[in-house]
Design a protein around this ligand. Structure first.
Ligand code: C5P
Length: 220
């Protein structure tokens, strides 16, 4: 079929994972959560005692681990060396440490290489989301979207996601702290040339999907 790569970037709490997954379903396309890959490398380093401050060691881990990621929008699954880490990679200790992997350039280039391979394996029919998909992983994607949301909206959503177990200060430290660290290597706050911004601050889930699919329709 015709190539349809939909690249979606955005900060944490923008809702990009659930929105991208549902958009993929409706488009009958594959779905790639690139953040899950950074999380999986982080999980492995924590499990194996790899020093996250040692760039060469982190790069080596990224290059050598066996990652298995589901690209079916209806089936979320991540394995590392055959072990199911689907839930483990969402633990706060992983979220707290993941920026160390994201800012290790050798690990990034390896994950970018793997992500491009997954896009190719999908037959270029995929919704891929992360922080650098529109700019680095798939700058030639047919559709490129920056999904933004106000700080207040992002904190509220992440709070809901975590089931209201966190204080406002904890949420702020998690969501904004991680974005600040990530910002040193990837710019996901401004849309690059040709990237369409969808601001979801005032939109509910369905409206955000509609807005994203409207952008897809203008090109596909
Ligand atoms: O999307 P998610 O919040 O699960 O991403 C986890 C982390 O992975 C981000 O905080 C960032 O450090 C890293 N990441 C990245 N580039 C991507 C996707 C995620 O650096 N394309």
């Amino acid at each position: 079929g015709k190539s349809l790569v939909v690249a979606i970037d955005g900060p944490s709490g923008s809702g990009k994972s659930s929105v991208s997954r549902e958009a993929a379903r409706q488009l009958h396309a594959a779905y790639l959560d690139t953040g899950a890959m950074y999380r999986a490398v982080t999980w492995h380093c924590l499990a194996e005692g790899v020093d996250l401050g040692d760039g060469a060691a982190v790069e080596h881990a990224a290059r050598t681990i066996e990652l298995g990621i589901s690209t079916k929008p209806d089936h979320e699954s991540m394995t590392v060396g055959g072990k199911d880490v689907t839930d483990a990679i969402r633990e706060p200790r992983v979220s707290e440490a993941v920026s160390a992997v994201a800012t290790t350039l050798g690990a990034r280039s390896e994950l970018i290489r793997r992500q491009r391979q997954i896009i190719a394996d999908s037959g270029h029919r995929i919704v891929a989301e992360g922080r650098d998909i529109t700019t680095v992983v798939a700058p030639d994607a047919e559709v490129r979207i920056l999904l933004t949301a106000s700080e207040a909206a992002r904190l509220r959503r992440r709070g809901d996601q975590l089931g209201g177990t966190q204080t406002e200060a904890q949420l702020q430290a998690q969501v904004l702290g991680r974005d600040t660290k990530d910002s040193t290597v990837v710019n996901f706050h401004q849309a690059a040339d040709g990237v369409v911004t969808v601001d979801s601050s005032e939109l509910d889930f369905e409206q955000t999907i509609t807005a994203v699919l409207d952008v897809v329709r203008t090109v596909a």
